[in-house]
Design a protein around this ligand. Structure first.
Ligand code: ADE
Length: 225
């Protein structure tokens, strides 16, 4: 998979992909991530990427020209399955969107800033608008990093033990059951006996019960679908 990220703050996207699973996914050739500075495509002498909004009002708007120039350049090089705009008024990200996106070949992600992007970019280029939750960030960069992380770990071959993605919370509309590791007792706090029993059937049943119990208590909405 190839992911192109369009931003006015490329430095915000340097570290999220430079460690652990994200770095390994790139080293193993499962994904290539390209961060583009929108400012490099500004033709104006001050390299501006924003302007006052028509009709008045506080806050700047991201200008159409540099973003359109960058999108056109990238589209001329390959076909994109999705051109995503990160925005708090987009569709709220869920695991099912990440599963879909993990099967794509080429994805472009535009990070919003200021009051947002000139609406004509959204109308004419954007194919999907994503929010990572009902709160407002300073810009779309951290949201884009969240999407990339959640998607890349699902690309087949990225995780060493592929089943570990399949048993993630949300994959079957259930939260994950509790997990424990050594020691079996700490401060008198014991690991549940069943997990030490060696009885795999009993362990599986316990995990299913705990996952359902936790989902009912914390996210009953997941059980409604
Ligand atoms: N940009 C600012 N806030 C955001 C959010 N919650 N999700 C996606 N992009 C954003």
């Amino acid at each position: 998979m190839r992911i192109d990220i369009l931003t006015v703050l490329p430095q915000l996207l340097e570290s999220p992909f430079a460690a652990s699973i994200m770095q390994r996914a790139q080293d193993k050739g499962h994904v290539s991530i390209h961060v583009h500075n929108i400012r490099d495509y500004s033709t104006n002498k001050h390299k501006n990427v924003d302007d006052y909004q028509y009709g008045g009002g506080a806050g700047m708007v991201m200008s159409i020209e540099p973003i359109a120039a960058l999108i056109e350049k990238l589209k001329g090089e390959r076909t994109y399955d999705e051109i995503i705009y990160m925005t708090p008024d987009g569709e709220v990200l869920e695991q099912k969107h990440c599963n879909d996106l993990s099967l794509k070949e080429n994805i472009m992600i535009l990070c919003g800033h200021y009051k947002g992007v000139d609406e004509r970019i959204r109308e004419h280029y954007i194919t999907k608008e994503i929010s990572i939750g009902s709160y407002v960030l300073s810009g779309g960069e951290l949201a884009a990093a969240v999407v990339v992380d959640a998607v890349v770990r699902l690309i087949p071959g990225v995780l060493n033990d592929e089943t570990s993605a399949l048993t993630d919370s949300f994959q079957d509309n259930l939260l994950s059951p509790p997990v424990y590791t050594r020691p079996p007792e700490f401060n008198g706090w014991k690991v549940p006996d069943v997990l030490l029993s060696g009885n795999t059937k009993a362990v599986e049943k316990w995990r299913e019960e705990k996952a359902l119990e936790r989902t009912k208590a914390r996210r009953p909405d997941l059980l409604e679908d």
